[in-house]
Design a binder for this molecule. Sequence first.
Ligand SMILES: Cc1cc2nc3c(=O)[nH]c(=O)nc-3n(C[C@H](O)[C@H](O)[C@H](O)COP(=O)(O)OP(=O)(O)OC[C@H]3O[C@@H](n4cnc5c(N)ncnc54)[C@H](O)[C@@H]3O)c2cc1C
Length: 445
Amino acid sequence: MARAGTSWGRWPPVGEGAQRVLPLADRTTPLPAFDGTALPYGNGRSYGDSCLNPDGTLLAARGLDRFIAFDEASGELECEAGTLLEDILALAVPRGWFLPVMPGTSLATVGGAIANDVHGKNHAAAGSFGDWVRELELLRSDGSRLRCSPMSNAELFRATVGGLGLTGLVVRARLQLRRVAGPGMSIETRRFRCLSEYFELVRATATSEYRVAWIDCLAHGAALGRGVYSHGDHAPGGVPAPSVRQRRGSVPMELPVSLVNGLSLRAFNRLYYAAAPARPRRQVVHYRPFFFPLDGIGRWNRLYGPRGFLQHQCVLPPVSEEAATAEMLGRIAASGQGSFLAVLKPFGDRVPAGMLSFPRAGTTLALDFPFRGQATMDLLEALDRVVMDAGGAIYPAKDARMAPAMFAASFPRLGEFRQYVDPAFSSAFWRRVAGSPSTETRGQA
Ligand SMILES: Cc1cc2nc3c(=O)[nH]c(=O)nc-3n(C[C@H](O)[C@H](O)[C@H](O)COP(=O)(O)OP(=O)(O)OC[C@H]3O[C@@H](n4cnc5c(N)ncnc54)[C@H](O)[C@@H]3O)c2cc1C
Protein backbone atom coordinates (compact mmCIF):
# COMPACT_ATOMS: atom_id res chain seq x y z
CA MET A 1 0.00 0.00 0.00
CA ALA A 2 1.28 3.51 -0.79
CA ARG A 3 1.91 5.63 2.30
CA ALA A 4 -1.38 7.49 2.93
CA GLY A 5 -0.70 11.07 1.99
CA THR A 6 1.25 10.59 -1.23
CA SER A 7 -0.01 10.50 -4.78
CA TRP A 8 1.27 8.11 -7.43
CA GLY A 9 3.26 10.75 -9.35
CA ARG A 10 4.84 12.04 -6.12
CA TRP A 11 4.48 15.52 -7.53
CA PRO A 12 3.65 17.92 -5.96
CA PRO A 13 5.66 16.78 -2.95
CA VAL A 14 3.83 16.99 0.37
CA GLY A 15 5.98 17.09 3.47
CA GLU A 16 5.69 14.35 6.08
CA GLY A 17 3.13 15.47 8.66
CA ALA A 18 1.63 18.19 6.44
CA GLN A 19 -1.65 16.31 6.41
CA ARG A 20 -3.27 14.57 9.35
CA VAL A 21 -4.16 11.01 8.39
CA LEU A 22 -7.15 9.45 10.15
CA PRO A 23 -7.43 5.72 9.39
CA LEU A 24 -11.01 4.45 9.19
CA ALA A 25 -11.96 0.89 10.06
CA ASP A 26 -15.69 0.80 10.82
CA ARG A 27 -18.31 1.84 8.26
CA THR A 28 -21.05 2.14 10.87
CA THR A 29 -19.42 4.85 12.99
CA PRO A 30 -19.81 8.60 12.30
CA LEU A 31 -17.00 10.55 10.68
CA PRO A 32 -14.22 11.22 13.20
CA ALA A 33 -13.73 14.81 14.34
CA PHE A 34 -11.15 16.60 12.20
CA ASP A 35 -9.41 19.95 12.01
CA GLY A 36 -9.58 22.10 8.92
CA THR A 37 -10.98 20.34 5.88
CA ALA A 38 -11.20 16.61 5.22
CA LEU A 39 -10.67 14.51 2.10
CA PRO A 40 -11.22 10.78 1.62
CA TYR A 41 -8.09 8.86 0.60
CA GLY A 42 -8.23 5.47 -1.12
CA ASN A 43 -4.99 3.84 -2.24
CA GLY A 44 -3.20 6.90 -3.62
CA ARG A 45 -3.27 5.70 -7.25
CA SER A 46 -4.20 9.17 -8.49
CA TYR A 47 -1.14 10.81 -10.00
CA GLY A 48 -1.50 14.46 -9.06
CA ASP A 49 -3.05 16.35 -6.18
CA SER A 50 -6.71 15.27 -6.23
CA CYS A 51 -6.00 12.83 -3.36
CA LEU A 52 -3.95 15.34 -1.33
CA ASN A 53 -5.09 17.80 1.31
CA PRO A 54 -2.11 19.67 2.79
CA ASP A 55 -2.95 21.56 6.01
CA GLY A 56 -6.04 19.41 6.32
CA THR A 57 -7.08 15.84 7.13
CA LEU A 58 -7.13 12.68 5.05
CA LEU A 59 -9.82 10.13 5.85
CA ALA A 60 -7.86 6.99 4.97
CA ALA A 61 -10.49 4.52 3.79
CA ARG A 62 -8.39 1.41 2.98
CA GLY A 63 -9.41 -0.15 6.30
CA LEU A 64 -13.01 -0.30 5.04
CA ASP A 65 -12.32 -3.40 2.98
CA ARG A 66 -15.02 -5.93 3.77
CA PHE A 67 -17.29 -7.73 1.33
CA ILE A 68 -20.89 -7.36 2.50
CA ALA A 69 -22.89 -9.49 0.05
CA PHE A 70 -22.43 -11.22 -3.29
CA ASP A 71 -25.32 -12.64 -5.27
CA GLU A 72 -23.70 -15.22 -7.53
CA ALA A 73 -26.86 -15.54 -9.62
CA SER A 74 -27.26 -11.85 -10.49
CA GLY A 75 -23.62 -10.69 -10.12
CA GLU A 76 -24.52 -7.93 -7.68
CA LEU A 77 -21.73 -7.28 -5.17
CA GLU A 78 -21.89 -5.08 -2.10
CA CYS A 79 -18.63 -4.08 -0.43
CA GLU A 80 -16.98 -1.39 1.62
CA ALA A 81 -15.43 1.49 -0.26
CA GLY A 82 -11.80 0.72 0.66
CA THR A 83 -11.95 -2.68 -1.09
CA LEU A 84 -9.34 -3.01 -3.83
CA LEU A 85 -10.51 -3.84 -7.34
CA GLU A 86 -7.99 -6.73 -7.38
CA ASP A 87 -9.74 -8.28 -4.37
CA ILE A 88 -13.07 -8.07 -6.18
CA LEU A 89 -11.58 -9.85 -9.20
CA ALA A 90 -10.05 -12.53 -6.96
CA LEU A 91 -13.52 -13.22 -5.57
CA ALA A 92 -15.52 -12.81 -8.76
CA VAL A 93 -13.50 -14.33 -11.63
CA PRO A 94 -13.51 -17.94 -10.32
CA ARG A 95 -17.30 -17.56 -10.04
CA GLY A 96 -17.66 -16.34 -13.64
CA TRP A 97 -17.98 -12.59 -12.98
CA PHE A 98 -15.80 -9.56 -13.77
CA LEU A 99 -15.84 -5.82 -13.12
CA PRO A 100 -17.43 -4.26 -16.23
CA VAL A 101 -15.00 -1.31 -16.14
CA MET A 102 -11.35 -1.75 -15.11
CA PRO A 103 -8.74 1.03 -15.07
CA GLY A 104 -5.11 0.21 -15.86
CA THR A 105 -4.43 -0.67 -12.24
CA SER A 106 -6.21 -3.18 -10.03
CA LEU A 107 -4.84 -1.42 -6.96
CA ALA A 108 -7.47 1.33 -6.89
CA THR A 109 -10.24 1.14 -4.30
CA VAL A 110 -13.95 1.13 -5.04
CA GLY A 111 -14.27 4.60 -3.43
CA GLY A 112 -11.44 5.97 -5.58
CA ALA A 113 -12.93 4.36 -8.71
CA ILE A 114 -16.27 6.03 -7.99
CA ALA A 115 -14.77 9.42 -7.10
CA ASN A 116 -12.86 9.59 -10.40
CA ASP A 117 -15.53 7.69 -12.34
CA VAL A 118 -12.67 5.70 -13.82
CA HIS A 119 -12.71 4.28 -17.34
CA GLY A 120 -11.10 1.30 -19.00
CA LYS A 121 -10.17 0.15 -22.49
CA ASN A 122 -13.83 -0.56 -23.23
CA HIS A 123 -15.56 2.79 -22.76
CA ALA A 124 -17.58 2.54 -25.98
CA ALA A 125 -18.97 -0.84 -24.89
CA ALA A 126 -19.33 -0.43 -21.12
CA GLY A 127 -19.14 3.25 -20.18
CA SER A 128 -17.40 4.23 -16.96
CA PHE A 129 -17.28 2.80 -13.43
CA GLY A 130 -20.25 4.89 -12.25
CA ASP A 131 -22.51 3.24 -14.82
CA TRP A 132 -22.27 0.05 -12.76
CA VAL A 133 -22.81 1.50 -9.29
CA ARG A 134 -26.34 0.60 -8.24
CA GLU A 135 -26.19 2.37 -4.87
CA LEU A 136 -23.67 4.00 -2.56
CA GLU A 137 -23.76 5.18 1.02
CA LEU A 138 -22.35 8.64 1.68
CA LEU A 139 -21.29 10.11 5.02
CA ARG A 140 -21.37 13.91 5.14
CA SER A 141 -19.72 16.23 7.64
CA ASP A 142 -23.10 17.28 9.12
CA GLY A 143 -23.46 13.69 10.36
CA SER A 144 -25.99 12.67 7.71
CA ARG A 145 -25.73 9.22 6.12
CA LEU A 146 -27.37 9.10 2.70
CA ARG A 147 -28.16 6.23 0.36
CA CYS A 148 -27.69 7.50 -3.16
CA SER A 149 -28.54 5.77 -6.42
CA PRO A 150 -29.70 6.71 -9.92
CA MET A 151 -33.25 6.60 -8.44
CA SER A 152 -32.86 8.08 -4.97
CA ASN A 153 -30.87 11.22 -4.06
CA ALA A 154 -30.09 10.98 -7.77
CA GLU A 155 -28.43 14.36 -8.18
CA LEU A 156 -26.14 13.78 -5.19
CA PHE A 157 -25.35 10.37 -6.70
CA ARG A 158 -24.37 12.01 -10.00
CA ALA A 159 -22.28 14.58 -8.14
CA THR A 160 -20.50 11.86 -6.14
CA VAL A 161 -19.69 9.74 -9.21
CA GLY A 162 -16.65 11.60 -10.55
CA GLY A 163 -17.00 14.03 -7.61
CA LEU A 164 -13.32 13.82 -6.58
CA GLY A 165 -14.14 12.92 -2.98
CA LEU A 166 -15.66 16.35 -2.38
CA THR A 167 -19.27 15.40 -1.70
CA GLY A 168 -18.55 13.24 1.37
CA LEU A 169 -17.08 9.87 2.25
CA VAL A 170 -18.42 6.84 0.37
CA VAL A 171 -18.49 4.02 2.92
CA ARG A 172 -19.98 1.21 0.86
CA ALA A 173 -21.30 0.55 -2.62
CA ARG A 174 -23.41 -1.98 -4.49
CA LEU A 175 -21.93 -2.85 -7.90
CA GLN A 176 -23.26 -4.81 -10.86
CA LEU A 177 -20.64 -7.20 -12.26
CA ARG A 178 -20.70 -8.74 -15.75
CA ARG A 179 -20.47 -12.37 -16.79
CA VAL A 180 -17.23 -13.87 -18.15
CA ALA A 181 -16.47 -17.44 -19.17
CA GLY A 182 -13.03 -17.43 -17.48
CA PRO A 183 -9.88 -15.43 -16.82
CA GLY A 184 -8.71 -15.46 -20.47
CA MET A 185 -8.61 -12.62 -22.97
CA SER A 186 -8.36 -13.19 -26.71
CA ILE A 187 -6.13 -10.33 -27.85
CA GLU A 188 -4.80 -9.41 -31.27
CA THR A 189 -1.67 -7.25 -31.37
CA ARG A 190 0.19 -5.54 -34.21
CA ARG A 191 2.28 -2.48 -34.75
CA PHE A 192 1.18 0.50 -36.83
CA ARG A 193 3.42 2.92 -38.70
CA CYS A 194 1.77 6.29 -38.12
CA LEU A 195 -1.15 8.01 -36.45
CA SER A 196 -3.62 7.77 -39.32
CA GLU A 197 -3.06 4.00 -39.34
CA TYR A 198 -4.03 3.94 -35.62
CA PHE A 199 -7.33 5.69 -36.34
CA GLU A 200 -8.03 3.29 -39.22
CA LEU A 201 -7.39 0.33 -36.91
CA VAL A 202 -9.71 1.72 -34.23
CA ARG A 203 -12.51 2.06 -36.79
CA ALA A 204 -11.85 -1.36 -38.33
CA THR A 205 -11.98 -3.12 -34.95
CA ALA A 206 -15.07 -1.37 -33.55
CA THR A 207 -16.68 -4.72 -32.70
CA SER A 208 -13.89 -5.59 -30.23
CA GLU A 209 -14.80 -4.67 -26.68
CA TYR A 210 -11.30 -3.58 -25.62
CA ARG A 211 -9.06 -1.31 -27.72
CA VAL A 212 -5.81 0.37 -26.72
CA ALA A 213 -2.51 1.52 -28.24
CA TRP A 214 0.95 2.39 -27.00
CA ILE A 215 2.59 5.24 -28.92
CA ASP A 216 6.28 5.85 -29.50
CA CYS A 217 6.20 9.53 -28.72
CA LEU A 218 9.83 10.09 -29.73
CA ALA A 219 9.03 9.17 -33.34
CA HIS A 220 8.62 12.09 -35.72
CA GLY A 221 8.22 12.94 -39.40
CA ALA A 222 6.48 10.18 -41.36
CA ALA A 223 6.67 7.89 -38.31
CA LEU A 224 4.86 10.36 -36.01
CA GLY A 225 2.39 8.45 -33.89
CA ARG A 226 3.70 4.96 -34.71
CA GLY A 227 2.98 2.37 -32.05
CA VAL A 228 1.53 -0.98 -31.02
CA TYR A 229 -2.21 -1.67 -31.13
CA SER A 230 -4.12 -4.33 -29.17
CA HIS A 231 -7.80 -5.20 -29.29
CA GLY A 232 -9.89 -8.10 -28.15
CA ASP A 233 -12.50 -9.60 -25.88
CA HIS A 234 -12.95 -11.93 -22.95
CA ALA A 235 -12.36 -15.53 -24.02
CA PRO A 236 -13.73 -18.84 -22.79
CA GLY A 237 -11.48 -21.51 -21.28
CA GLY A 238 -8.74 -21.65 -18.69
CA VAL A 239 -5.50 -19.71 -18.86
CA PRO A 240 -2.70 -19.97 -16.29
CA ALA A 241 -2.34 -16.93 -14.03
CA PRO A 242 1.06 -15.20 -14.04
CA SER A 243 3.25 -16.52 -11.23
CA VAL A 244 3.45 -14.56 -8.00
CA ARG A 245 7.09 -13.71 -8.80
CA GLN A 246 6.05 -12.28 -12.18
CA ARG A 247 3.28 -10.35 -10.51
CA ARG A 248 5.04 -8.81 -7.59
CA GLY A 249 8.51 -7.63 -8.52
CA SER A 250 9.17 -4.25 -6.98
CA VAL A 251 11.47 -1.25 -7.35
CA PRO A 252 13.17 -1.86 -4.02
CA MET A 253 14.32 1.58 -2.95
CA GLU A 254 14.27 5.28 -3.59
CA LEU A 255 16.46 5.97 -6.62
CA PRO A 256 18.65 9.07 -6.42
CA VAL A 257 17.95 10.03 -10.04
CA SER A 258 15.30 9.26 -12.60
CA LEU A 259 16.03 6.18 -14.71
CA VAL A 260 13.59 7.58 -17.24
CA ASN A 261 15.70 9.83 -19.45
CA GLY A 262 16.27 10.49 -23.15
CA LEU A 263 18.60 7.53 -23.58
CA SER A 264 16.53 4.94 -21.75
CA LEU A 265 13.36 6.17 -23.47
CA ARG A 266 14.84 5.99 -26.92
CA ALA A 267 16.18 2.49 -26.31
CA PHE A 268 12.92 1.26 -24.78
CA ASN A 269 10.74 2.75 -27.50
CA ARG A 270 12.84 1.30 -30.33
CA LEU A 271 12.91 -2.16 -28.76
CA TYR A 272 9.23 -2.21 -27.85
CA TYR A 273 8.15 -1.13 -31.31
CA ALA A 274 10.51 -3.53 -33.06
CA ALA A 275 9.43 -6.46 -30.88
CA ALA A 276 5.74 -6.05 -31.77
CA PRO A 277 4.47 -8.11 -34.72
CA ALA A 278 4.13 -6.27 -38.03
CA ARG A 279 1.13 -8.47 -38.90
CA PRO A 280 -1.75 -9.16 -36.49
CA ARG A 281 -0.97 -11.88 -33.96
CA ARG A 282 -3.74 -13.33 -31.80
CA GLN A 283 -3.09 -14.86 -28.39
CA VAL A 284 -5.18 -15.94 -25.45
CA VAL A 285 -3.67 -14.38 -22.33
CA HIS A 286 -4.61 -14.07 -18.68
CA TYR A 287 -6.54 -10.88 -17.91
CA ARG A 288 -3.87 -9.52 -15.54
CA PRO A 289 -1.04 -8.69 -17.99
CA PHE A 290 -3.58 -7.33 -20.47
CA PHE A 291 -5.40 -5.05 -18.04
CA PHE A 292 -2.64 -4.21 -15.55
CA PRO A 293 0.75 -4.45 -17.27
CA LEU A 294 2.38 -2.29 -14.60
CA ASP A 295 0.87 -3.77 -11.44
CA GLY A 296 3.44 -6.57 -11.60
CA ILE A 297 6.21 -4.07 -10.82
CA GLY A 298 5.46 -2.80 -7.32
CA ARG A 299 6.19 0.92 -6.79
CA TRP A 300 7.32 1.46 -10.38
CA ASN A 301 6.75 5.17 -9.78
CA ARG A 302 10.15 5.17 -8.04
CA LEU A 303 11.80 4.74 -11.45
CA TYR A 304 11.19 8.45 -11.96
CA GLY A 305 13.50 9.34 -9.08
CA PRO A 306 12.96 11.65 -6.12
CA ARG A 307 11.53 14.57 -8.11
CA GLY A 308 8.54 12.50 -9.20
CA PHE A 309 6.62 12.74 -12.46
CA LEU A 310 3.51 14.26 -13.94
CA GLN A 311 0.88 12.67 -16.08
CA HIS A 312 -1.06 14.52 -18.74
CA GLN A 313 -4.26 12.80 -19.85
CA CYS A 314 -6.71 14.50 -22.14
CA VAL A 315 -9.71 13.59 -24.23
CA LEU A 316 -10.10 15.11 -27.69
CA PRO A 317 -13.46 15.24 -29.51
CA PRO A 318 -13.92 13.26 -32.75
CA VAL A 319 -13.85 16.34 -34.96
CA SER A 320 -10.33 17.33 -33.88
CA GLU A 321 -8.91 14.09 -32.42
CA GLU A 322 -6.51 13.19 -35.20
CA ALA A 323 -5.12 16.67 -35.86
CA ALA A 324 -4.83 17.56 -32.16
CA THR A 325 -3.15 14.23 -31.28
CA ALA A 326 -0.65 14.81 -34.10
CA GLU A 327 0.03 18.32 -32.87
CA MET A 328 0.60 17.14 -29.30
CA LEU A 329 2.92 14.33 -30.36
CA GLY A 330 4.79 16.73 -32.64
CA ARG A 331 5.36 19.14 -29.75
CA ILE A 332 6.52 16.34 -27.46
CA ALA A 333 8.95 14.95 -30.04
CA ALA A 334 10.32 18.46 -30.67
CA SER A 335 10.76 19.10 -26.93
CA GLY A 336 12.88 15.97 -26.48
CA GLN A 337 10.91 15.22 -23.29
CA GLY A 338 9.43 11.95 -24.47
CA SER A 339 6.94 10.04 -22.41
CA PHE A 340 7.64 6.43 -21.44
CA LEU A 341 3.99 5.54 -21.20
CA ALA A 342 2.00 7.06 -24.01
CA VAL A 343 -1.39 5.46 -24.37
CA LEU A 344 -4.22 6.13 -26.82
CA LYS A 345 -7.75 4.77 -26.38
CA PRO A 346 -11.05 5.50 -28.06
CA PHE A 347 -14.00 6.69 -25.95
CA GLY A 348 -17.59 6.07 -27.00
CA ASP A 349 -20.42 8.55 -27.29
CA ARG A 350 -22.31 7.85 -24.07
CA VAL A 351 -24.24 9.80 -21.46
CA PRO A 352 -21.72 10.54 -18.65
CA ALA A 353 -22.44 8.80 -15.36
CA GLY A 354 -21.45 11.79 -13.21
CA MET A 355 -21.57 15.59 -13.39
CA LEU A 356 -17.77 15.79 -13.57
CA SER A 357 -17.14 12.56 -15.44
CA PHE A 358 -14.09 12.82 -17.67
CA PRO A 359 -14.88 10.27 -20.44
CA ARG A 360 -16.71 11.62 -23.48
CA ALA A 361 -16.76 10.84 -27.19
CA GLY A 362 -13.36 10.95 -28.87
CA THR A 363 -9.80 9.86 -28.17
CA THR A 364 -7.95 9.90 -24.90
CA LEU A 365 -4.17 10.33 -24.81
CA ALA A 366 -2.24 9.68 -21.57
CA LEU A 367 1.42 10.67 -21.16
CA ASP A 368 3.97 10.52 -18.31
CA PHE A 369 6.78 13.07 -17.91
CA PRO A 370 9.56 13.02 -15.33
CA PHE A 371 9.50 16.34 -13.50
CA ARG A 372 12.36 18.47 -14.86
CA GLY A 373 11.28 21.86 -13.55
CA GLN A 374 10.05 24.70 -15.73
CA ALA A 375 10.74 22.93 -19.04
CA THR A 376 8.21 20.23 -18.07
CA MET A 377 5.65 22.81 -16.96
CA ASP A 378 6.05 24.79 -20.20
CA LEU A 379 5.54 21.68 -22.32
CA LEU A 380 2.44 20.64 -20.36
CA GLU A 381 0.95 24.10 -20.64
CA ALA A 382 1.52 24.02 -24.38
CA LEU A 383 -0.28 20.65 -24.50
CA ASP A 384 -3.16 22.14 -22.47
CA ARG A 385 -3.55 24.87 -25.06
CA VAL A 386 -3.84 22.29 -27.84
CA VAL A 387 -6.50 20.46 -25.80
CA MET A 388 -8.39 23.66 -25.04
CA ASP A 389 -8.36 24.79 -28.71
CA ALA A 390 -9.54 21.34 -29.78
CA GLY A 391 -12.50 21.50 -27.36
CA GLY A 392 -11.12 18.67 -25.20
CA ALA A 393 -10.71 18.10 -21.47
CA ILE A 394 -8.00 17.17 -18.95
CA TYR A 395 -8.47 14.28 -16.50
CA PRO A 396 -8.37 15.47 -12.85
CA ALA A 397 -7.23 12.03 -11.57
CA LYS A 398 -3.95 12.54 -13.40
CA ASP A 399 -3.53 16.26 -12.97
CA ALA A 400 -1.36 18.37 -10.66
CA ARG A 401 -1.18 21.68 -12.46
CA MET A 402 -3.98 22.63 -14.87
CA ALA A 403 -5.24 26.21 -14.60
CA PRO A 404 -8.77 27.04 -13.33
CA ALA A 405 -9.78 28.15 -16.85
CA MET A 406 -8.79 24.76 -18.28
CA PHE A 407 -10.77 22.97 -15.57
CA ALA A 408 -13.85 25.13 -16.17
CA ALA A 409 -13.59 24.55 -19.92
CA SER A 410 -13.26 20.79 -19.36
CA PHE A 411 -16.31 20.46 -17.09
CA PRO A 412 -19.33 22.49 -18.18
CA ARG A 413 -21.47 21.20 -15.24
CA LEU A 414 -19.02 22.59 -12.67
CA GLY A 415 -21.48 25.29 -11.47
CA GLU A 416 -24.14 22.68 -10.80
CA PHE A 417 -21.63 20.39 -9.08
CA ARG A 418 -20.53 23.05 -6.58
CA GLN A 419 -23.83 22.96 -4.68
CA TYR A 420 -23.22 19.30 -3.72
CA VAL A 421 -19.70 19.82 -2.33
CA ASP A 422 -19.57 19.10 1.38
CA PRO A 423 -18.57 22.46 2.96
CA ALA A 424 -16.02 20.74 5.22
CA PHE A 425 -14.36 18.77 2.38
CA SER A 426 -11.61 20.02 0.12
CA SER A 427 -8.39 18.99 -1.64
CA ALA A 428 -5.23 20.56 -2.99
CA PHE A 429 -6.66 20.02 -6.47
CA TRP A 430 -9.98 21.67 -5.66
CA ARG A 431 -8.42 24.73 -4.04
CA ARG A 432 -6.15 25.14 -7.06
CA VAL A 433 -8.77 24.80 -9.79
CA ALA A 434 -11.92 26.05 -8.12
CA GLY A 435 -10.63 28.50 -5.52
CA SER A 436 -12.32 26.72 -2.63
CA PRO A 437 -11.29 27.66 0.94
CA SER A 438 -8.64 25.49 2.60
CA THR A 439 -9.04 26.02 6.28
CA GLU A 440 -11.89 28.35 7.16
CA THR A 441 -14.35 25.47 7.35
CA ARG A 442 -14.06 23.54 10.56
CA GLY A 443 -14.68 19.86 11.41
CA GLN A 444 -17.98 18.15 11.61
CA ALA A 445 -21.10 19.04 13.50
C1 LIG B 1 -0.83 2.34 -13.33
C2 LIG B 1 -2.09 3.14 -13.27
C3 LIG B 1 -3.01 3.01 -14.30
C4 LIG B 1 -4.20 3.74 -14.26
N1 LIG B 1 -5.08 3.59 -15.30
C5 LIG B 1 -6.25 4.25 -15.28
C6 LIG B 1 -7.22 4.06 -16.32
O1 LIG B 1 -7.00 3.29 -17.26
N2 LIG B 1 -8.39 4.73 -16.23
C7 LIG B 1 -8.66 5.59 -15.20
O2 LIG B 1 -9.74 6.17 -15.19
N3 LIG B 1 -7.77 5.79 -14.20
C8 LIG B 1 -6.58 5.14 -14.22
N4 LIG B 1 -5.67 5.33 -13.21
C9 LIG B 1 -6.01 6.25 -12.12
C10 LIG B 1 -6.72 5.56 -10.95
O3 LIG B 1 -7.56 4.52 -11.41
C11 LIG B 1 -7.60 6.58 -10.24
O4 LIG B 1 -6.83 7.69 -9.86
C12 LIG B 1 -8.32 6.01 -9.02
O5 LIG B 1 -9.25 6.97 -8.60
C13 LIG B 1 -7.36 5.68 -7.88
O6 LIG B 1 -8.09 5.11 -6.81
P1 LIG B 1 -7.55 5.15 -5.31
O7 LIG B 1 -8.39 4.21 -4.52
O8 LIG B 1 -6.08 4.94 -5.28
O9 LIG B 1 -7.94 6.63 -4.87
P2 LIG B 1 -7.03 7.85 -4.42
O10 LIG B 1 -6.04 8.11 -5.49
O11 LIG B 1 -6.55 7.65 -3.04
O12 LIG B 1 -8.13 9.00 -4.44
C14 LIG B 1 -8.71 9.40 -5.67
C15 LIG B 1 -9.93 10.27 -5.41
O13 LIG B 1 -10.94 9.45 -4.83
C16 LIG B 1 -11.41 10.04 -3.64
N5 LIG B 1 -11.81 8.92 -2.77
C17 LIG B 1 -11.04 7.86 -2.41
N6 LIG B 1 -11.76 7.05 -1.59
C18 LIG B 1 -12.97 7.63 -1.42
C19 LIG B 1 -14.14 7.30 -0.66
N7 LIG B 1 -14.21 6.20 0.10
N8 LIG B 1 -15.19 8.16 -0.70
C20 LIG B 1 -15.16 9.27 -1.46
N9 LIG B 1 -14.09 9.63 -2.19
C21 LIG B 1 -13.02 8.82 -2.18
C22 LIG B 1 -10.24 10.87 -3.12
O14 LIG B 1 -10.67 11.92 -2.29
C23 LIG B 1 -9.66 11.39 -4.42
O15 LIG B 1 -10.37 12.52 -4.86
C24 LIG B 1 -4.48 4.62 -13.18
C25 LIG B 1 -3.56 4.74 -12.14
C26 LIG B 1 -2.38 4.01 -12.17
C27 LIG B 1 -1.39 4.15 -11.03
